[in-house]
Design a protein around this ligand. Sequence first.
Ligand code: ADP
Ligand code: MG
Length: 238
Amino acid sequence: MGSITLNAVEKWFGNVQVIKGIDLDIAEGEFIIFVGPSGCGKSTLLRMIAGLEETSRGQIMIDDRDATAEPPAKRGLAMVFQSYALYPHMSVRDNVGFPLKSAGMAADAVAAKVDEAARVLKLDAYMDRRPKDLSGGQRQRVAIGRSIVRDPTAFLFDEPLSNLDASLRVEMRYEIAKLHQTLKSTMIYVTHDQVEAMTLADRIVVLDGGYIAQVGTPRELYEKPANLFVAQFIGSPK
Ligand code: ADP
Ligand code: MG
């Protein structure tokens, strides 16, 4: 579960084309990173996979079914939003359980799922706190917890660490890698940070102006960049 295939996917905003015919096979359990400069289409492509943006042309397959026209809730994917999307008036426990409660799950079943997510994310000690009484890294873990409880087949992250300070970013990067090892779910992760891309990815997709400039393992991109753009982008320090 969790394989995703893009076939000649395009996105047009009016008569402006921002995604220009993308083909990509993402295997079950793969950690895929979309990287590229600001405005190259990373968020748009991720939102199309999530179903938050309509696909203008082409096809999105999830686990061998055509999901192109499916609404987000049917896709079985979890979009992990940045930590500021937490509900400030709710405890960590209620924030994490909220998606299940609002889907009508019984209270004891919600509690069991929330405890499981808390264990995976080491949130046990903070369950009764409000978001304002947590560190940035803890808040980001709560945001991830809220997506884990629904057992998604894939996780989609859009620059989840971009508003954390440098040392927290390193810590959370390590935790996301561990999370991937634990859950073994497909993860698609958007960043403009080359170091994040090189350390987390099974494969990196380098986007340039709505096209794929290159797809490969961090090592392939580093050792055999397809062109100067990739070489400069992967090679340049942040
Ligand atoms: P990235 O995440 O790589 O920075 P985006 O996917 O956000 O890039 O944007 C890609 C391009 O699409 C940009 O030129 C942006 O201005 C444009 N764009 C994004 N969303 C919209 C929208 N709702 N309407 C019009 N243009 C948009
Ligand atoms: Mg973006």
